[in-house]
Design a protein around this ligand. Sequence first.
Ligand code: TTP
Ligand code: MG
Length: 355
Amino acid sequence: MTRKIIHLDMDCFFAAIEVRDNPELRGHPVAVGGASDRRGVLTTCNYEARAFGIRSAMPTFKALKQCPHLIVVPVHFDAYRRESRRVRSLMEHFSSIIEPLSLDEAYLDVTHHDRPASSIASDLRAMIYSTTGLTASAGIASNKLLAKVASDWEKPDGQFEIRPEAVNGFMQQLPVRKVWGIGPVAAGKLQDQGIATCGQLQGMATLKLQQLFGRFGTELYDLCRGQDDRPVETHRPRKSLSTECTFSTNLQTFEACRKRLEPLVEEVLEDLLHRPPGAGVSKIFLKLKFANFSKTTVERTGLKPSRKNYTHLLAEGFGRSGQPVRLIGVGVRFAESPPEKEIQLTLNFDAGHPL
Ligand code: TTP
Ligand code: MG
């Protein structure tokens, strides 16, 4: 099945929060970072400042030389973490398969959503804006590599979708530096070979790629063709496993629901095959959301996850409301769940110290 991945990236995240919270900064070049002594570094800056060539990780004194009227505000990590959590919880409206990459960036897998990924992305961005006053950009594609590249394409406050039929054309022109895993060193090696775009890289034999990059060379063969099958990884030990589908038209009858239930059950069973042994199922459950936005969950301890058992749960849940159904979810809860780890937030600087 073709996957539907959204990469969401907040626009000049720290700076946008500072400007929102201090409206007198609006319209001025603003950067967030350390003092202007030799050690201070900028974490980021707004787009007005970028017009002057100001960038993340630039020493503050250098930035001020380049743009003397730049307003440098100190970092407020608590505020950024708080906004990050708010954005994360909005994402959870659309998918439970979320992989945060940093405070302001995450992948969402919306494969099992009935709606087009691009309309989910625009709803999510609108929700983020109305809830937080911050803008976000999104990339939509069939894999993580392409989605991440795409989220930069219409930045700020935009989104871009790379449709499967457009992948080849897109990759031809894409600079190699945009590919996940190609940093300045690898890009330099390729430049020595006269290679600047992924299209040119596609002409390079696997063997040559392996000679230049070792094991990564094999991956690069796929990546430069726009192929990437890394899953969106949630990092959280799972307490449950489930899948759900929101339907574009509400289902009116039990029979219609039963038909749509089948592929969902198949999928849960398939996913269970990949679980490590010993992760015992303690319960099966089925969730319904109705046309009037009411919802119900039916759970059974000790029943095996099977098509027949889920159909029983469906009958019970459907019978609880006379309403048409807009969402069906099915899943299992595991008997033993290790304590949930905190989401790993990765930032490329030390958050505990002044910059
Ligand atoms: P980015 O998403 O790279 O940058 P951004 O959100 O500021 O701008 P863009 O509109 O291009 O997405 O990083 C997110 C936040 O992480 C950023 O606001 C500040 C912080 N950060 C650093 O502290 N140091 C860095 O070197 C980078 C790149 C980011
Ligand atoms: Mg960002």
